[in-house]
Design a protein around this ligand. Structure first.
Ligand code: CMP
Length: 139
């Protein structure tokens, strides 16, 4: 089915000028960028977006990393976009990521892993709404 998913190009990647190389991976796989903006996340945004992880031991470091430098938030659209994006990203820990994936090629560590992508249809819808108004998404 035609789906939409939410993506973040994280600070470790924007800092190393990898935005275009990462978007090329999405487009080469048939995903279309139908919304995009570069933002510097506030602490409140990062804490709210990752609220599901707030009891995890890495939460503090995760928030600090996400607000350290700008990010690029995007909506990607395509056939099976949610699963497809997860395949393009590779495993959360780059040590476990397959060859050719974004995290294998670019990620520095499990925390600085270059990209975030929604893991399911419900979270995709929530995450898109967290960062985008309807009129910012042009399919
Ligand atoms: P992301 O998809 O953005 O969702 C939560 C993030 O927490 C995850 O990617 C990782 O970058 C980060 N993180 C840091 N440490 C861990 C860990 N031990 N397990 C899972 N995620 C971690």
């Amino acid at each position: 089915a035609l789906e939409r998913t939410f993506s973040i190009i994280k600070p470790d990647a924007t800092r190393r000028n990898l935005t275009g190389k990462i978007i090329a991976k999405f487009e080469d796989a048939g995903l279309r960028v139908i919304a995009s903006k570069r933002i510097h996340m506030t602490r409140a945004q990062a804490e709210g977006f990752y609220a599901v992880h707030k009891e995890r031991p890495f939460f503090g470091e995760l928030v600090e990393q996400m607000i350290a430098e700008p990010v690029v938030v995007q909506v990607l659209e395509g056939e099976n976009a949610i699963l497809k994006n997860r395949e393009i990203m590779g495993a959360t820990n780059p040590a476990n990521a397959d060859t050719g994936t974004i995290r294998k090629e670019f990620a520095l560590s499990i925390g600085e892993n270059s990209v975030h992508g929604s893991d399911a249809p419900e979270t995709a819808a929530e995450e898109i709404k967290f960062f985008f108004n309807d009129d910012e998404i042009v399919g």
